[in-house]
Design a binder for this molecule. Sequence first.
Ligand code: C2E
Ligand code: MG
Ligand code: MG
Ligand code: MG
Length: 284
Amino acid sequence: RQSEKASGSYAFYDVEMNRLIAGRLYLESGIRRALQNDEFFLLYQPKVDIHSGAVIGAEALIRWAHPKDGIISPIEFIGVAEETNLILQIDAWVLDAACAQAKRWQDEGVLAFPIAVNVSAKEFTSSLPERIEHALRKHQISPAWLELEITESMLMQNADGVVRIMNEITAQGVKLALDDFGTGFSSLSYLKKFPIDTLKIDRSFIQGIPDDVDDCAIASAIISMAKQMKHRVIAEGVENREQFSFLQKMGCDEIQGYLFSRPLDVDAFAQLIAKKLSLPTHIS
Ligand code: C2E
Ligand code: MG
Ligand code: MG
Ligand code: MG
């Protein structure tokens, strides 16, 4: 018993140590190999209409099927990827893969809503509109099927330039969401200039609902501000019914989180959509 337990924890410790020590280099060369060997894949997490329960969107979330270390979360490698500029290749891969999947789902009649892709700050350059255009054309999908999630913190760096690029992207017909909203200390005066469709309330403010009065105050303030600015508003990381009811009462439009579904692989996502679509027939 005891030795089993000990060796189990040593194994875990070893893996952690390896990652820490070899850390950056290990990751960096790993990412290069992963790009070559096609080790990345996407999961899709549904976005749900808070009133009807219908799936009205999906966020593509990257995973790394590491040949030795198993499935690696983006939390562990996006940082290094950003420092080394490998993020540009990763995000290009994600955009291409998400558009390819959107096309397949569209052809299969599965998809009736956009797929959202996370865009790193590094990628948000003047060539982004062109790269989007290229991906849409390559996969023959309409811009209405694509949404970009941009984290608020990146917008601080070069806000005027960012606004120009955003305007180009929305003019193409692609939707923009401000991700992790409330964590980036962005100036509210810039919020006025951003041509965004959706504010995404960061999970850290959803966690404490309904007991934490500060979280409740911040979440309701963001919802009310979004509504008055005519933006849609979505809460991420919704895990329980109390959070759901609170957000519904406050007038939040959409939710995303484990309460409804974890991020799913392609087949599981398609099954979930099929189940949802067949619900009305069951009822009648
Ligand atoms: P994010 O864009 O804010 O994505 C939401 C994260 O919250 C995802 O983590 C998702 O799996 C997780 N999540 C969703 N619902 C719940 C919930 O109810 N409870 C909890 N505890 N967590 C929930 P994930 O997939 O690990 O991604 C982490 C972050 O990595 C993302 O945060 C995003 O910033 C970044 N990321 C993911 N995929 C990509 C990508 O393709 N490109 C880039 N540049 N960044 C990505
Ligand atoms: Mg996101
Ligand atoms: Mg987010
Ligand atoms: Mg987040």
